[in-house]
Design a protein around this ligand. Structure first.
Ligand code: COA
Length: 387
């Protein structure tokens, strides 16, 4: 029985900072950000777009096509959680009126968490044929003003429906996992920004890529030329590009070109949005599907990495007619119609986002009609509304 991705919803907030503006404000050569890091813009979430609101928005995109009677599981993956105890998924469930009898919870392992959700969802569907699972990854990447990591921030969410006979990607059997307890990136309790040793993280990411990719090829007896493309977790696109260069080492010209072209297509949305932590790998997949020209049966490799650190390589095949399930026009409009913030405006929004919300507060949203947003807090309970 084929199990895999049947729907993909995507959301990113309506504001961005251009990397040339940021480079100029930080006295850096713009080419360091555009070429050295590989980012053009980064999305900025104002206080009305927290991880929950973005997760609701990404899910609302395809909700009218979900058979809610079959839905049995909802998992929310995030490292931008809004509560130490209660699952973000309960807010999504209420906002979107999902059935009360589903199993639902939040999970965490840095940027790996949405892959963990995907694998749990796959096992759930395998054990409960005819049922489906919804998985959401939603995050705001915050390193701090004037830090080396600032250029690798971003905000957004991906929501996917996992079911049998999927319309977009059928996952293949097998996976290669690797983990070690290391300190490359973490966010201690009470800190609104991440701590990161970026160069060390880059080295571990590449080591874990080599480890899991080699193991996956050995396990499945596949070769690099069997892949139409490989999608990577992209904390910034240059990071994935370094892994890509390792993947194509020693390959024939045709394979190297195919994988290189598809890498660039997979990085298109990331260059515009920045890091969205848990959902970054899945935004790369969406970008490749919506900007590329894949054929039914094409095999895509997936490299998932979460700091701390946990990595996994797995693969899936593109399903015949997948284009009919995608909404490239909607996503391209969402990216094009954003407001370009001056660096000062971005700094104000960023600083506001670091503050704890007062016990009682109300917010207005400047998002488009139909967008879900954080409308405020009553007695420390967050309230979400649709504009
Ligand atoms: N033109 C073109 N490229 C330039 C350049 C210029 N004028 N100036 C510098 N560069 C290149 C460097 O050569 C380097 O390329 P390389 O990596 O291929 O060698 C790249 O830009 C970055 O330069 P570097 O000096 O390493 O930048 P940095 O010390 O400011 O740190 C990060 C960059 C990515 C490490 C930092 O932004 C960071 O820590 N980000 C967070 C990463 C993260 O999230 N990790 C955890 C999740 S996986």
């Amino acid at each position: 029985m084929d199990i895999g991705i049947d729907q993909i919803g995507f959301y990113t907030p309506n504001k961005f900072v251009d990397m040339v503006d940021l480079a100029n404000a930080r006295n850096q050569d713009p080419n360091k950000f555009l070429i050295g890091i590989g980012q053009d813009r980064m999305a900025v979430a104002d206080k009305t777009q927290d991880a929950v609101a973005m997760g609701i928005n990404a899910t609302a995109e395809y909700l009218d096509q979900v058979d809610l009677e079959q839905l049995g599981l909802l998992i929310f993956a995030t490292e931008s959680g809004i509560d130490q105890s209660k699952s973000a998924s309960l807010f999504v469930k209420e906002a979107l009126n999902l059935p009360a009898n589903i199993r639902t919870f939040e999970i965490k392992e840095a940027c790996f968490a949405l892959t963990a959700a995907l694998q749990v969802a796959r096992d759930y569907v395998r054990a409960h044929p005819h049922h489906s699972a919804m998985i959401i990854g939603s995050d705001i990447a915050r390193y701090g003003l004037n830090t080396a990591g600032e250029v690798t921030q971003g905000a957004g969410a991906i929501s996917m429906l996992i079911k049998e006979s999927p319309a977009i990607i059928a996952l293949e059997d097998g996976h290669a996992s690797y983990s070690e307890n290391i300190n490359d990136f973490w966010r201690p309790n009470g800190s609104p920004v991440a701590m990161v040793d970026g160069h060390y993280s880059r080295d571990v990411y590449l080591d874990f890529f080599k480890e899991t990719f080699k193991e996956y090829l050995a396990q499945t007896k596949l070769t690099v030329s069997d892949f139409a493309g490989i999608c990577y977790h992209l904390p910034y696109t240059k990071m994935g590009f370094k892994a890509h260069r390792i993947a194509i080492q020693g390959q024939d010209e045709e394979t190297a070109k195919r994988l290189s072209d598809n890498f660039q297509l997979s990085a298109k949305y990331s260059r515009q949005v920045g890091n969205i932590y848990t959902a970054s790998l899945y935004m790369s997949i969406l970008s490749l599907l919506e900007n590329g020209d894949l054929e039914a049966g094409d095999r895509i490799g997936f490299f998932s990495y979460g700091s701390g650190a946990m990595a996994e390589f797995f693969s899936g095949k593109v399903v015949d007619g997948y284009q009919r399930r995608l909404r490239p026009g909607l996503h391209k409009r969402m990216l094009q119609e954003r407001t370009r913030l001056g660096v000062g405006q971005y700094e104000d929004i960023f600083t506001e986002g670091l503050e704890n919300l007062p016990e009682n507060v109300e917010f207005e949203s400047d998002a488009n009609h139909g967008t879900w947003f954080l409308a405020g807090q009553e007695g420390y309970v967050r309230k979400y509304q649709q504009k």
